[in-house]
Structure formats: structure tokens, C-alpha cells
Design a protein around this ligand. Structure first.
Ligand code: G3P
Ligand code: MG
Length: 243
């Protein structure tokens, strides 16, 4: 089985992160999966962005949770990356899902709940309710840095795949693994390389695997997946190692 190449926030290295052009590019480049991050707006919409605030990647300011969808939609989420992307909007989760369906995407959709810094009330229920309404032709893996968020997701639906982003050396994390509540681990590649620590029965997909050297390291060990800003380059390197 080939190591899966998952595009981090879309093809983040060459497109404005977490925007429709970044997701489209990832599919074009042959990514096996797409990773993205979800927050909630003031009026309860599921918003795709990495940071808790819009400051770094848009021409606006302030927290997502303090703005309505209509306000967020007026912002430009493309020109921070380059003028060619001027006018690119912040997408909603629904817009991303509809794009993937339209593009006949069949890979892995890794949705990270950004609940570690802000606990958006009811986001877990809202995400699952929305996703359940869709006929999704691809596999979904939910992840979070916030253990309680994953536990809540699990209690709402134990049949879905969950990946932890938190450190496995904590007692709480070990308990989750022992009980097999979590079967996937998405750690920082620097941590994996420093500790050479692997868990049996756990699918390993480190982030952010961007250098050729890190890519080779993961492909040689046939990890289940990598999460990278450069899926196009990863496809070429994987071919040279795994055929
Ligand atoms: O899900 C893997 C990775 O995205 C976690 O870190 O900060 O890029 O969301 P971050
Ligand atoms: Mg993420």
C-alpha cells in the first residue's frame, strides 16, 4: 500500500491556504487526501480557516467567533498570498464539501476541529449533523488537538475514524489508544523523528512533511500517510521510493 499524501490546508505551499483554489490544486496535483480546519462564526456557520482570527490570511481583523458569515464573506483571503488570488473568499465547510463532490474527489477528507484554543459551543454536533446530511463519496477522518473534542465526537458517533493531534505521552491519550477509541495519530514530524516512537495498531500520518528528506523518511518507513504543503512534489518523491 502506498503512503497517502494529504494536502495540508490544500496545496498550501503554492496557493492561499484553506481556500477553494488550494483544494482544487491539491486534487489536480494528485493528492490522496485533503486536510483542513474548521471554526464557527458568530451566527453559527462552519468556517474554513486555520487561525482563530482572520488577521494573518485576510485583509480583516478579529476573531472568527465575533463575526457573522456575511462579514467574513466580505474579506479577501487570497491577496495575502499573491495578487493573482485577490478576491478569494473564506470558504464555508459546505462550499468545500460541494467542491470536492463536484470534482469527484474520492480520497480522504481530514477535518480538523480547531477547538484547542476556543471551545465553540456545539461545534462537534453541528459538524456531524452537517456531514451526516451529505452523501459523501470520500472517507472522512476527524482530528483535533483537543482530546475532549474527539471524545465528544466519539460519543456522538463511534463509527467514524478519529485522529489525535495531541501528544501520545499523556496519560489521557494513552488511555484513549488502549481503549482503541482512537486508531489514527497525526503527530508533528519533528517529534516522530526525534523520538522514533511508533504505536502498534495506530495509523501514523505526520505533519508537516515538507522537506525532501522528511518525505523520504516517511516513504521509506511506509507510514500510512503524510500531511504536506507540497503534495505535487511528494507524489514525485513517493514514486521514486515506493514505485
Ligand atoms: O492536522 C495536521 C495539522 O494541520 C495540524 O496543525 O496547526 O497546521 O492545523 P495545524
Ligand atoms: Mg490543521
Amino acid at each position: 500500500m502506498l503512503t497517502k499524501i494529504i494536502a495540508h490546508r490544500g496545496s498550501k505551499g503554492i496557493r492561499p491556504e484553506n481556500t477553494l483554489p488550494a483544494f482544487e490544486k491539491a486534487i489536480e496535483e494528485g493528492a490522496d487526501g485533503i486536510e483542513t480546519d474548521v471554526h464557527m462564526s458568530k451566527d453559527g456557520h462552519l468556517i474554513i480557516m486555520h487561525d482563530e482570527t482572520v488577521d494573518r490570511t485576510t485583509n480583516g481583523q478579529g476573531r472568527i467567533m465575533d463575526q457573522t458569515l456575511m462579514q467574513l464573506k466580505t474579506l479577501d483571503a487570497g491577496s495575502y498570498f499573491g495578487y493573482a488570488y485577490l478576491g478569494t473568499q473564506i470558504p464555508t465547510l459546505n462550499e468545500v464539501i460541494q467542491l470536492l463532490i463536484a470534482k469527484k474527489f474520492k480520497g480522504i477528507f481530514n477535518l480538523e476541529l480547531k477547538t484547542d484554543k476556543i471551545q465553540y459551543p456545539g461545534i462537534e454536533e453541528k459538524v456531524l449533523a452537517y456531514m451526516n446530511q451529505q452523501e459523501l463519496p470520500f472517507k472522512v477522518i476527524y482530528s483535533s488537538f483537543h482530546p475532549q473534542s474527539l471524545v465528544k465526537m466519539y460519543s456522538l458517533n463511534p463509527d467514524i475514524e478519529y485522529a489525535s493531534l495531541f501528544k501520545v505521552q499523556t496519560k489521557f491519550a494513552r488511555r484513549l489508544y488502549r481503549k482503541r477509541l482512537i486508531r489514527d495519530w497525526h503527530p508533528d514530524i519533528r517529534w516522530v523523528r526525534a523520538h522514533r516512537f511508533f504505536l502498534p495498531h495506530v495509523q501514523l500520518r505526520p505533519w508537516t512533511v515538507n522537506s525532501d528528506d522528511d518525505m523520504r523518511y516517511c516513504f521509506k518507513r511506509r507510514f500510512d500517510g503524510i500531511i504536506t504543503d507540497y503534495p505535487g512534489r511528494a507524489v514525485i518523491i513517493r514514486k521514486s521510493i515506493q514505485g
